[in-house]
Ligand binder design. Structure first.
Ligand code: URP
Ligand code: ZN
Ligand code: ZN
Length: 489
C-alpha cells in the first residue's frame, strides 16, 4: 500500500477494482489537484468521494491515432471540430488523444503545426499531442523538423500510399534520418501504392465502382510488401517505426517475425479490423461508404489473427484511427450520388466507440484480462509515445481516470453518436460495460451522461521522443564505419 500524504485529498475514488497493466486490486485512489497522490486500501477521507464499489477504475484511455479537424488525403475537411471529437472521446472513456498536424504539398510545416495547435487549444476538452504528417519533405521542411521535434512534437507520420501525400522511398528515408538524429518516432501508413493504384484502375475500368470494391482495391499483399520494405528502411537507419492500422494476419506475421529478429518495430490495430469485415461494405447503393477505410476491414480469420497478435505483444496498441466523414455532400458523397469508391474519403469514426467495443470483447466476453485492456488502451501508447505521467494510476501521475460500470449496456445507434459524423459503423451493436464517470487531470468531466468540461480546457502535451524512439545501436555494414562503412547517419 502507498501511504498518502498528510493533506486531505480533493477526491477519493473508493473501493473500485483498480486496473493496471500489471495486475488489478480493489483499492482507493486519492487525487490532489491534477495528480494522483495515493493508491491503497482504507485511504483517509477526501474533500469529495466517489463510491466505486462494483466498478472498474482504469487509466483514462489514450487514443494515439486520430484525425481531428483535419484536411484529408483528398483535400476534404473532416466532420469533427476539436470540441466535437474530444467530447465524444471523453464520453467513451478517453482522456488523451494524439491527432495529426497535416502538411500537404506546398504548405509550410511549421505554420501547419502552429495552425493545428491553435485549433486544438480552442476546442479540446481532453489532453492532446500531435504526430506531424510530412507530405512534402522539401529541404525547408526537413530543416524545420528538428526545432519542431525539440519543441515536443516528437513523432512524425508518413504515408507510403495516397496520390497526393505519399512519400517516395527516398523521401521517407530522408524523413527517417531526421527523426533518427532528433530521437523522434516515425509512424507509417504502410501499403504498396503501385499495387493499389493498378488494382483501382482496373476495377474502375471494369465498372466495379461500388464501395464494396474498395475492399478489393487494397490487396492483402499491398500491406505485407510495404511492411517488409518499411522494416528494411528501419534496419538501414536503425530508426524505430510504428506501423499503423495492421489489418491482415500476414501483416501481423511479418511484424512478429521481424520483432523476433530484433527489429525495433511497433504496431497497432484498430477496432474496424477487430470487429468489422469486408462484408460490411457490401450494402445497397453507396451505403457501404460508411464502412470504407484504408486499409479495408478484412475477414473473420484476420480478426482472430489480430487478437492473437495483440495477446502475443506483436501489436502493442489499439487506436481508433478516427477519420470522420459525414454520409452526405460534405463528406463521403462530396463527388455526388454517382461517386466511385476511388472518389470517396477514406475513414471511419471511432473515438467514442473504441474503448467500449474493446471492454465488451475483452472484459465482458473474456477475450483478455483487465491488464491487457489497460496496457493496449493506455499504458502502452503512453510509453511508446513518451507521454509524461499518463497511462497508469500511480502516485505522481496525472489523475486521468475512467470509472467503468461493467453492467451498463449500451446499444450504438446513429441517433446517439456524439461526434460530428452523423452515423456509427457499429449501429445496432450492444456492448456491456460503459465508462460512467471520466476524470481528466482531477476534474470530473463526464458524469451522469453529461459533459462538464469547457472547450479549450484540454492541454497540449509536448514530449521528447523517449526510449521507444531510440535506435538499437546496431548498424548495417555499409553505414558502420567500424566495419568499413560510411558515416552517413
Ligand atoms: O481510411 C483511413 N484510415 N483514413 C484516414 C487516413 C489514414 O489512412 O490514416
Ligand atoms: Zn493510415
Ligand atoms: Zn489514420
Amino acid at each position: 500500500m502507498i501511504t498518502p500524504g498528510s493533506d486531505t485529498p480533493d477526491l477519493v475514488i473508493r473501493n473500485g477494482l483498480v486496473g493496471s497493466a500489471a495486475g488489478s486490486v480493489v483499492a482507493d485512489v486519492a487525487i490532489a489537484g491534477e495528480t494522483i497522490v495515493a493508491v491503497g486500501r482504507g485511504l483517509p477521507p477526501g474533500r469529495a468521494e466517489i463510491d466505486a464499489t462494483g466498478k472498474i477504475v482504469v487509466p483514462g484511455g489514450i487514443d494515439s491515432h486520430t484525425h481531428i479537424e483535419q484536411v484529408s488525403a483528398g483535400g476534404l475537411m473532416n466532420a469533427d471540430t476539436w470540441e466535437s471529437a474530444t467530447r465524444a472521446a471523453a464520453f467513451g472513456g478517453t482522456t488523451s488523444v494524439i491527432a495529426f498536424a497535416a502538411q500537404h504539398v506546398g504548405l509550410d510545416l511549421a505554420e501547419v503545426v502552429a495552425d493545428y495547435e491553435a485549433l486544438a487549444a480552442r476546442g479540446a476538452v481532453i489532453d492532446h499531442a500531435f504526430h506531424m504528417i510530412v507530405a512534402d519533405p522539401t529541404e525547408a521542411a526537413l530543416a524545420q523538423l528538428p526545432a519542431l521535434i525539440e519543441k515536443g512534437h516528437s513523432s512524425i507520420k508518413a504515408f507510403m500510399t495516397y496520390d497526393r501525400i505519399r512519400l517516395s522511398d527516398e523521401q521517407l528515408l530522408d524523413v527517417m534520418a531526421v527523426a533518427k538524429d532528433k530521437g523522434a518516432m516515425v509512424c507509417v501508413h504502410a501499403e504498396n501504392h503501385g499495387i493499389i493504384s493498378w488494382t483501382v484502375k482496373r476495377l474502375l475500368a471494369a465498372g466495379h465502382t461500388a464501395p464494396k470494391h474498395h475492399a478489393l482495391s487494397h490487396p492483402r499483399l499491398s500491406e505485407t510488401e510495404a511492411f517488409e520494405r518499411l522494416i528494411r528502411f528501419s534496419l538501414l537507419l536503425d530508426q524505430p517505426v510504428m506501423i499503423f492500422h495492421v489489418s491482415t494476419a500476414e501483416g501481423a506475421a511479418v511484424i512478429r517475425r521481424w520483432r523476433g529478429e530484433g527489429a525495433k518495430v511497433f504496431a497497432e490495430t484498430c477496432p474496424q479490423y477487430l470487429f468489422l469485415t469486408a462484408a460490411d461494405l457490401d450494402r445497397p447503393g453507396l451505403e457501404g461508404a460508411k464502412w470504407m477505410c484504408s486499409p479495408p476491414p478484412r475477414a473473420e480469420a484476420d480478426q482472430e489473427a489480430l487478437w492473437r497478435a495483440l495477446a502475443l505483444g506483436d501489436l502493442q496498441t489499439v487506436s481508433s484511427d478516427h477519420a470522420p466523414y459525414r454520409f452526405d455532400e460534405t463528406g463521403k458523397l462530396a463527388h455526388g450520388p454517382q461517386s466511385t469508391f476511388k472518389q470517396m474519403a477514406n475513414g471511419l469514426p471511432g473515438l467514442e466507440a473504441r474503448l467500449p467495443l474493446l471492454f465488451d470483447a475483452m472484459i465482458s466476453h473474456g477475450r483478455a484480462d483487465l491488464d491487457a485492456f489497460v496496457a493496449l488502451t493506455a499504458t502502452n501508447p503512453a510509453r511508446i509515445y513518451n507521454l509524461p505521467n499518463k497511462g497508469a494510476l500511480l502516485p505522481g501521475y496525472d489523475a486521468d481516470v475512467a470509472i467503468w460500470d461493467p453492467a451498463a449496456q449500451v446499444t450504438f445507434s446513429d441517433e446517439t453518436v456524439r461526434d460530428g459524423t452523423g452515423y456509427t459503423p457499429y449501429a445496432g451493436r450492444t456492448v456491456r460495460g460503459w465508462p460512467t464517470t471520466v476524470i481528466r487531470r482531477g476534474a470530473v468531466i463526464v458524469e451522469g451522461g453529461r459533459m462538464r468540461a469547457e472547450a479549450g480546457s484540454g492541454r497540449l502535451m509536448l514530449r521528447a521522443g523517449g526510449p521507444a524512439a531510440r535506435g538499437t545501436g546496431r548498424r548495417e555494414p555499409e553505414l558502420d564505419p567500424a566495419r568499413g562503412g560510411a558515416a552517413l547517419i
